[in-house]
Design a protein around this ligand. Structure first.
Ligand code: RAT
Ligand code: ZN
Length: 440
């Protein structure tokens, strides 16, 4: 329609009053409220494939953590409790798990209100399980958890979280885990495997002798023979665990290309292996390991990553697929722009310090605005089974609100999404886009 035929009221109406324009029912406030409720309902009920967790198939026995004490000694809470505790670090680490949990409970839930995201998560989880959080009664909570059989509790948590499957983090360098893989077991199909190779890429000097001991004769210098042995090792473990992708976390110092053994092993062994098996390489960038070693696992921090390294990886290896998340808030925008340039890059997750509602809102908004639906806005990073409940309830809420706003903007311009279209889009955000990327 030529411009001079445009309805005059659209041209003259002041901004903000367009909603009331007669003849354009899609803009009525009631219709927008209905759309928003519809989006939130679909987001709340769409089953999720959680692409990165630290949960284990129940066949791994004690490696699958669950229950109130494990919720309380989560390393996010350990770091927060030490802001209040006077106790020396070494003393805390000599205590058994129940005693550590009691100290954390007292510091973060009794002496102060549990405002932080990780604290609020415990409250959300207990409440969703039907427990009375108002009583603040740790012994009663322990009694309740003690009645559960792990298999039943697993089903309950998956159901309450609306999770259909999860990706584990599987390390051949973990002795307990390794023994279970070597012994063999019947897999629970809800638990996918992912091969974690941090020691191989980040501590090659220590790992070369271990690989040699396991029968993959490798030297500390990255020779052709060493590369072929590393590839054989990766191939054996990829097959053994049926890995869906490989994964490493990288510090701010990581660069590419570089003479470091990390960069060389990545280029010569890991990326060719990924190409051969058609698997993505996941990079979790920006962890500054052991900023305060006294906090043990809770002692890692954050640093700005050099995303030029990622740009060069994506450009030089178009046959490789990279699945990437960055920990620094200041890296988020550059990562989105890179994803617009490289279709072999899939952006995922708001983890650890970025998994707080304010940042999840900001980062999800930025991603949807820059790369649309070709993204996985969140993964849980759960280390304790029960955490699936709160991590997904909290994330669904924020993602639902952002998405509802985006559809409302479209509806104001006359593009009203159908229920089927919204379901399709949400399925993409909750694991479908990642699955499609893996299959490409
Ligand atoms: O979020 C976390 O629990 C971190 O400790 C890390 O596990 C991070 O997610 C990683 O996988 O390195
Ligand atoms: Zn993780």
């Amino acid at each position: 329609m030529p411009p001079n035929h445009w309805p005059i009221r659209f041209v003259l109406a002041p901004p903000g009053r367009l909603e009331q324009a007669p003849g354009n029912m899609s803009l009525a406030p009631r219709a927008l409220a209905q759309l928003s409720a519809q989006v939130e309902a679909i987001v709340a009920s769409t089953p999720i494939h959680d692409i990165h967790t630290h949960l284990y198939d129940p066949a791994f026995g004690k490696l699958l953590l669950w229950g109130i004490d494990d919720l309380l000694v989560y390393h996010y809470l350990v770091a927060e409790a030490f802001r209040y505790l006077d106790l020396p670090f070494e003393k805390f680490w000599t205590l058994d798990k129940p005693r550590q949990a009691e100290l954390i409970w007292d510091a973060l839930f009794i002496q102060h209100s549990p405002i932080s995201e990780a604290c609020r998560g415990v409250v959300t989880t207990l409440n969703a399980l039907g427990l009375d959080v108002q009583k603040r009664d740790l012994p009663a909570l322990r009694e309740w958890f003690a009645q559960w059989k792990p298999e039943d509790y697993l089903n309950r948590c998956f159901e309450l979280a609306g999770v259909r499957s999860v990706c584990m983090t599987n390390s051949p360098f973990d002795e307990v885990e390794r023994a279970t893989w070597e012994a063999g077991f019947v897999r629970d199909e809800r638990f996918h495997a992912a091969l974690r190779i941090d020691p191989l890429l980040l501590a090659w000097g220590d790992v070369a002798p271990i690989l040699t001991f396991w029968g993959y004769t490798a030297s500390v210098s990255v020779t052709d023979r060493t590369v072929s042995q590393v590839r054989r090792f990766l191939a054996d473990w990829t097959r053994k665990i049926q890995a869906r992708y490989l994964m490493v976390s990288l510090g701010p110092e990581f660069d590419f290309p570089s003479a470091s053994s990390s960069a060389r092993l990545l280029e010569k062994a890991v990326l060719p292996h990924c190409r051969e098996f058609g698997l993505p390489m996941a990079l979790m960038m920006g962890v500054k390991r052991q900023v305060n070693p006294q906090l043990q696992m809770a002692g890692d921090g954050v640093g700005l990553s050099k995303l030029g390294a990622l740009e060069r990886l994506c450009a030089e290896f178009p046959e490789n697929k990279f699945v990437v998340t960055v920990l620094a808030r200041e890296n988020q925008y550059e990562l989105c722009v890179l994803a617009r340039k490289f279709r072999n890059l899939h952006v995922f997750g708001c983890w650890w310090f970025t998994n707080v509602p304010g940042l999840l809102d900001e980062i999800t908004r930025m991603r949807l605005e820059l790369i649309g639906l070709s993204v996985t806005p969140q993964h849980s990073d759960a280390r304790v089974l029960d955490q699936l409940i709160y991590k997904w309830r909290h994330s669904r809420k924020v993602i639902g609100q952002v998405l509802a706003e985006k559809y409302a903007d479209l509806a104001r311009s006359g593009w009203r999404p159908s229920e089927g279209e919204i379901q399709r889009d949400v399925q993409l955000l909750f694991g479908g886009a990642f699955e499609q990327f893996c299959e490409r």
